[in-house]
Structure formats: C-alpha cells, structure tokens
Design a protein around this ligand. Sequence first.
Ligand SMILES: Cc1cc2nc3c(=O)[nH]c(=O)nc-3n(C[C@H](O)[C@H](O)[C@H](O)COP(=O)(O)O)c2cc1C
Length: 443
Amino acid sequence: MAAAALTFEGFGGVALAADAWGSPDDPTVLLLHGGGQTRRSWRQAGQALAAAGRYAVAVDLRGHGDSDWPADGRYDLTAFAKDLRAVLAQLPTRPAVVGASIGGLAALAALTDGGESLASALVLIDAAPWVDTAGSQRLAGLMRRHAEGFASLDEAAAAASELSPRRRPADPQTLRAQMRCEGGRYYWRWDPRFLTGFDMASVADLEASVGALKLPTLVMHGQASTVVTETEMARFHTLMPTAEFAEVEGAGHLVAAEQADAFNALLLEFLERRAPRAPLVFDEGSDPRTLRDALGSFATGVVVITARDAAGAPVGLTANSFTSVSLDPPLILFCVAKTAGSLAALEQSRAFAVNVLHIGQQPASALFSKPGADRFSATPWEAWDSGTPILTNSLASIDCDAHARHDGGDHVIFIGRVRHARFEPRRDPLLYFRGRYRRLHFA
Ligand SMILES: Cc1cc2nc3c(=O)[nH]c(=O)nc-3n(C[C@H](O)[C@H](O)[C@H](O)COP(=O)(O)O)c2cc1C
C-alpha cells in the first residue's frame, strides 16, 4: 500500500513532512519517531493500521527526514511539543498519538495539560522522563559517531546493526535512498545540531505531570532496552496507576523496528479497546473538540467576511458559520469568535460583506484564517460604492448593512441586511467538511 505525502506547518513555520496510509475518514493514529530516525521507520505499522481501518499519519520530526532543519537550531523539548500541537490542530479529528523515544517525550509534553481535548489515546514506546544513565549515554555516544558520517554504505549498515542489533541487518543498497551523500561521505537524514539542542535534563520536569494525564495510555517498552529498563518502568507503574503496560520480548530501544509484528499486534489491540472505531459521542460537559468534530459532520461552503476598521483599513476573516436567514426582509447571519482579532472592527462597522469562495480560492481561505498573515496585499480586492472591501471574482459577494448583533456564547452572532449581491453562476464552490476542504461531486 503506497503512502500519501502530506506537509504540516510546525512551530515557527517549520515545514514537517509526513506519510499517510488509509482513508482520512477513519480514526487517525499519529506516529512520532525517535531522535535520529525518520517517518520511514513506521512503514510497516502504518500499513498494518490502515488495514485495520485506521488513518495512520507518520510525521518527520523537525530536523529529521524531509522536514525542515530550523534556521535557529531549536531542538528543545518545547519546540518538539509545539510542533506536535500544531500538527494536532491540522488533523481532521483527535488522533491516538503514538510516540517512540523522543517522539513519546514530545507527546507527553504536549498532552499532559488538557491532552484529552487534543488526542484520544497515548502510546509511549520506550519513552520515559527518566532514563538509565549508562544506557542513554552509550546511545548518545553512538549517535555522535553517526553524525560524523560514513565512508561507505557498508560502514553505515554496520553502524545501524550496532545501534539496533536485533533488527534484520540493513541492505547497504536500500540505505542509499535513506542517506545524504556529501563530500564523498554518507550521512543519515538528520541534523547533527539536534544532538546538542536536545537536553535530557529538561525532560525531568515531565515527571511531575505524567500522573495528571487523563488519556487512555499504553506504556510499551523493549524487554532488552538499555535506555528504559525495569527500574524506569517501575517508576511509571507508581506514577500512572491507571495506565496499561506492555513489555515486548526480544526488542531493545527501537521496539517497532525490532519486533514489528508483536508491536503492531499490541498497538492494534490497545486501540480497539481504548480508542474504538465506534461512533463518537458528545454529551454536555464533554470536551469542546468532540463537539467541534460532531458539528463538522455538517458540510458547508466557505466565506471570507470583510469590512473596514475605524481607520478605514480593510479587515477580513475566513468563516463557515454563514447562513441565510430571511428573504423579506433580506437577512443573513454569521458568527465570529470573541477571540477573533477582527471582532472589534466588525462590531464598530456599519457595513460588511460576505464573500462566498469558489474552488480556486482555497489559498484565500487559508490566508484569511492564518493569524498574523498580510491578508489583503496577497489577495485581489476592490471597494464597492459602499466602501466595503470585496474579494474580486468570488463565487458571490454579498454587501450588507449591519442589522443586529446577538450574544452567542463564545461567539457573536452578526445579522446583516443585504443591500447588494453579485454572484457568478458558472463556478464550483469551495466546500468544508470534517475539518478539510472538499470539492463538489455530482453522482
Ligand atoms: C473553514 C474555516 C471556517 C472558519 N469559520 C469561522 C467562523 O465561522 N467564525 C470564526 O470566528 N472563525 C472561523 N474560522 C477561524 C478564523 O478564520 C481564524 O481564527 C482567523 O485567524 C481569525 O482571524 P482574526 O483573528 O484576524 O479575526 C474559520 C476557519 C476556517 C479555516
């Protein structure tokens, strides 16, 4: 089964490459590799998850694989955790997060505070806020040697076997595609600055918060791991009495690679029990993300609301909360979050426009929903007689007088009285469904 290539925007605009297996309509499982690995280490797991009816997404951590190497060299735990939170916000539904080693620590850092609204379950693989000092120093030493590169692919294959002796030896020719060749030497696809940028001491802070995790959690470890040993696992048992634990026989630190079948079986069995494929349920008091996902079952078009602020500068934001209300008098409504930067300008404006986007205006939708973006200089617009800014050649532009405003919980409901509307009958709309842009399909 071939993987689909995806890109996410991480913390500070760092581009993160990803592979996805299965259908995005199935429950998502997000896979995070360890330091010095890449998303390719999840190929078998991704395929097994897709075959079991899951949508598996494996991301290259910053500075690894095909993801950006950040210019500022930030490889601290906070940066990895912020990348993860950014990826979670871009996924269609709350995923189960599976993190190996540093990927698992990033997941812990991102999910200990309110993680239940961001993820449905957590699987940690040989990842603990406390490690065996001798074992982790040996691993760090090996990686420092790897960072210096190899004179040949055979030498790289031998080094890979030394790092992970239980794995089937790598075929030097297969390694060719996975390595960078520079100045006649072969290097793994990761930024060596990561070795100094990641401070294991910062991870100790996580110890205080693991007990507060409210997610269904599975802690897996390799029975022969020298990084997370029985001593570290005993500490997990004490601090996380409700977590599940699994020891994988014949596996060291790189559990998923060294015992792929056993690993996949444990993972799938845990997900079936704790993050089942049954319909999701929202009850009042459940987390808002589940409600958002439930309401996302209603397919909508996409609009950009435009107006002018008190100084006359154009303002606008992407919205899908647009509805027609009345034909006589002609009324429409939309809802704006009380946290939106455009709210104040919309509240003081006596007029605004609703621009219904066509299929070619997805970039405008992305721009008008991105905080801090220079929205109007990158989008063609014009002013109508009323002075309201209008996105040129939209599917429809509906110029309104502000008619009424109502409180709507964490949103403000704006009602507009339509003064003038122009529409283009020959183009297809941009649609939005389950957190993703869609296009019309005619049966
Ligand atoms: C498809 C889509 C629909 C959205 N619908 C709304 C909406 O109805 N109301 C809202 O307040 N924000 C909505 N947003 C989010 C805003 O566009 C986003 O928060 C934006 O950054 C707000 O800009 P501002 O803070 O400059 O006002 C939507 C975003 C997208 C991508």
